[in-house]
Design a protein around this ligand. Sequence first.
Ligand code: SIN
Length: 540
Amino acid sequence: MNAQVLSTDFLIIGAGVAGLRSALELCRHGHVTIVAKGGPQDNNSFYAQGGVAVALSEEDDVDLHFTDTIKAGHRLCSRPATKVLVEEGPSRIHELIEWGAKFDTVDGQLAFTKEGAHSRHRVLRAGGDATGSEMVRALGAKAQVLKNLQWLGNHFGIELLIQDGQCCGAIVLDEMTGTYKTILASAVLLVTGGAGQIYARTTNPSNATGDGIAMAFRAGAILEDMEFVQFHPTSLYLPSSPPFLLSEALRGEGGILRNNRCERFMKRYDRNQELAPRDIVSRAIWAEMQKTKARHVYLDVTHLSTTFLKKRFPTIYSTCLRYDIDISEEWIPVSPSAHYFMGGVKTDLHGASNLPGLFVAGEAACSGVHGANRLGSNSLLEGLVFGLRAAEAAARHAHTYSPPTSIPNSVRRKSSARKMSEQDIEKLRNSLRRLMWTKVGLIRTSDSLQKALEQLQQWSRKLQIPPFNRTGLETQNMVQVGLCVTEAALWRTNSVGAHYREDIPFSKGLKWKIHSQCKKTSFPSPVSSHQKKQKKKGNT
Ligand code: SIN
């Protein structure tokens, strides 16, 4: 394969909040190349509605934010990482405001909302329900004027380059021309987001296919806590529409959940009712759906005024109206959907993975701040805080390392005659999404996981040499991530946070305060191995 060879100081793969924040820092240290699938809006951050949690209101402080995060995460969060998140968060938000981000205000003061499992009003928003896009806009506007930043949009990261154990760049596919580029760098930042698309129902955009997580795994990075996938309780349920996210802020503002017998049911599950942690609300909805033999429950906001709803939730109001639902007059059909990966590439407090030269931040990373269940609205803050920290660490690394001047031999890919057809790939991808939803979803059993594992292993073998186009490569990544989630879910023989095993519905009596780890055993086998690791206090 002949590939164009480019050199840069820092290669960033992904362009959400974590990627942009790291780019702003790295441009102070050298030349930066950003590689991103699609355009500037094609990332999870852009679609984040509800907001960004930060201890800045009068009634709040960082200790309370810390405690709420640890509690929601079922005490599986890393305490040092959580401390970093809540303590550095306020400075990152102030900085963003200075750079032009417009968060909503009331009487000239920042407006804070309360969301599930938050003990205080703590969640900032922008444009009512368009917080992520405003943060991406503000960061992007600042990045746009930087001279030493090269933006390669519509470029897809295929494989990380490893030489002498060091990560020194990546091979990317130029989606427009179908050609390959090899990019050599002193350090690589992986900020590719999550993998919600491995599930049939997800709030994530179509490009959330776990590419970074799979690429890092193939290169030898350790993945942690992959069994913890957060299912958002409320996404629009209409047979003919994608599961559009209905922000937790709707419940924060008084939205009520009702089953199809019109009963307000959450009081049977948690004293905080609609504002219980997400894992509890999602499973409660699931249980009500089973009990009433319905495919959804309802979210009722009809008691809130039309003027308020239009102003506070403009995107949600207008999107639902497009589907012929006036949320001020009708209950909204909702059901849970895959939303966020708490697990990912294991990193330390500075975004460093176990592979020297590879730094990871945002949803692709497992920094430890989310534990078994992410506290809502903590992820945009994580992107800012750990995006900067990873960039600082990458800059320090670059002082001690020079990338190779030619491509490491071992990573040159050959095209193969044994390609699957586009149609077969599409079919496999849809089957994978259904399999993960039914067997490795909100409710799991040993039997369902075992069946899923066997099927995934079969697909993985079939896909070892995928078609070298975006769909083929993404599907290979989705199968790889699906395998890691399934293996981790089988390994965790108890129920904690977002991981619920119907056959073992409790965590007590087991050593549940441990983290799953997943590492490739030998190249190019897709099989991962799990190592039990006793969680040490203070360990990241
Ligand atoms: C929401 O608005 O409910 C989603 C925000 C988040 O997941 O943090």
